[in-house]
Design a protein around this ligand. Structure first.
Ligand code: BES
Ligand code: MN
Ligand code: MN
Length: 461
């Protein structure tokens, strides 16, 4: 049967299977979901087996397992390694979800007039990873797989992929390939396809500020003893100056200088500041002086507090000078910055600005390097050709602000480039309540992936 026909005939089943996958709450950050994360790995394994993959294995790690599978049709042909992740972000805050995060439903929206699947992980990354399994199934069933394929679907991406590096180093041979293909990013709009050519790196840190050795009555001691929440807030605020530059000494030393020409090119991408503000319900944007919104979210590094806590947050009022305050701080990094070096600079700076009235502890969580992918390669060209064919419009290269630290790792350990051919929209609310993924995007992905394989095989001949 023809591939298009096969994909068409099986649309409903492809959707039903994804909905089943979305019902398993594979939250890697929270140990309460441990059994479900393991269950999800098995689900992925079973679907790879059913699709016709070989050597399918749930590979244990020190954390959550990595699902491996392959189909080698001819060792002479090129090999594509498909990477994705089956773990998801925690669903909280739960009360802001309009439907259960693990009870997928389909709703129409302005951005998705054909309907979108609402569930945690719908877009990031279960929906996008599953497109590859279904595209593979279709290619194999209709005798349209033009090169070798390997799958590596992991369960710890959202918590920093700490066990993936060791796995890749230990399984270099098994993972040997000509390129890596990832769908875990976005396109500009459903009628403006794009290919991600840059990702930011990351340094993630938790800080603890301690004042007195115990909580104190805020009247008896207030005014005479440091309040760690006040101190921490001031320390965090001091890490940006009046131009929203980051004040950590040396922070910008290695930042790649992007040429005026490249910046001008970047700013030609379709983008409406008004639509952006409207979508987020904000009267103004905020960021580093001298850079546009597109630049601030791609070629410039950031420092953000992701969470802050301490003291009394229960019902009513309690008068207390807390003993401790905490914050989780992330820095998005750009090419040439080293996450290890930035983590050290942060630590040194944070300790140096702490007043003598408190003690501070800095706990690094995880880090990862930025990545830029070249556009003058057969793999990029294949993605370009495939999207042009299925969207009917040439895709634009675009740098993204998000991070997928394993992209730099694939280059280092496997010596191969990655193509970031994602299909989400920035408005799909990933990591946020009411995450969703368009049915148009799901099916467009399943259609575009086989086109990618066809073009890639042809270009590599
Ligand atoms: N899929 C995202 C990354 C992403 C999203 C890239 C949108 C480009 C566009 C990925 O799952 C993710 O969330 N990564 C984390 C990094 C990680 C170290 C926790 C991130 O960017 O916060
Ligand atoms: Mn992801
Ligand atoms: Mn994510």
């Amino acid at each position: 049967m023809e591939l298009q026909q096969y994909l068409q005939d099986n649309q409903q089943r492809f959707l039903d299977e994804l909905l089943d996958l979305l019902r398993i709450p594979s939250v890697s950050a929270d140990p309460a979901y441990k059994d479900d994360v393991f269950k999800t790995a098995t689900f992925i394994k079973d679907k790879l087996v059913a699709a016709g993959a070989e050597n399918v294995e749930v590979c244990p790690t020190d954390g959550y397992p990595i699902v491996y599978a392959d189909k080698i049709i001819n060792p002479e042909l090129p090999t594509v390694l498909v990477y994705g992740h089956y773990d998801v972000q925690p669903p909280d805050p739960l009360d802001l979800w309009e439907s259960g995060p693990f009870d997928p439903i389909i709703k129409k929206t302005d951005a998705h007039p054909q309907g979108a699947i609402y569930a945690r992980g719908a877009c990031d990354d279960k929906g996008q990873a599953y497109m590859h399994i279904k595209a593979f199934e279709g290619m194999l069933a209709t005798d349209n797989l033009p090169c070798n394929i390997k799958f590596m679907i992991e369960g710890e991406e959202e918590v920093g992929s700490n066990n993936l590096g060791p796995y890749c180093r230990a399984n270099k041979e098994r993972l040997a390939c000509d390129m890596v293909l990832v769908s875990d990013t976005s396109i500009i709009a459903n009628d403006v396809p794009s290919i991600t050519v840059g990702l930011r790196g990351m340094s993630y840190i938790e800080v603890e500020v301690t004042g007195a050795n115990r909580d104190l009555h805020s009247g008896v001691y207030g005014g005479a003893v440091a309040n760690p929440i006040n101190v921490l807030s001031k320390m965090i605020a001091s890490m940006h100056d009046e131009n929203n530059h980051i004040t950590i000494p040396g922070f910008y030393d290695d930042v790649e200088i992007v040429s005026t020409e490249e910046r001008a090119e970047m700013n030609k991408a379709p983008f409406s500041l008004d639509a952006y503000k409207n979508d987020l319900d904000i009267d103004d944007v905020h960021g580093e002086k001298g850079y546009t919104t597109l630049e601030r979210t791609s070629i410039r590094p950031t420092l953000d507090c992701n969470g802050i806590w301490g003291g009394y947050i229960g019902e009513g009022a309690k008068t207390v000078l807390p003993s401790k305050a905490f914050a989780k701080i992330s820095m998005r990094l750009v090419p040439n910055q080293s996450s290890e070096k930035i983590t050290e600079l942060f630590q040194k700076h944070f300790e140096s600005i702490a007043p003598d009235s408190v003690k501070v502890k800095v706990h690094p969580h995880h880090g990862g390097e930025a990545a830029v992918t070249p556009t003058n390669t057969p793999e990029y060209q294949a993605a370009y050709n495939a999207m042009k064919e299925t969207f009917g419009k040439a895709p634009l290269p675009m740098r993204s602000g998000g991070s997928i630290p394993i992209v730099a790792l694939f280059e280092e350990v496997l010596g191969v480039k990655t193509v970031l051919m994602g299909f989400g929209l920035d408005s799909d609310a990933i990591h946020s309540p009411n995450e969703h993924y368009g049915l148009f995007n799901y099916y467009k992905g399943i259609e575009t992936i086989p086109a990618f394989f066809r073009h890639y095989a042809a270009l590599k001949q």
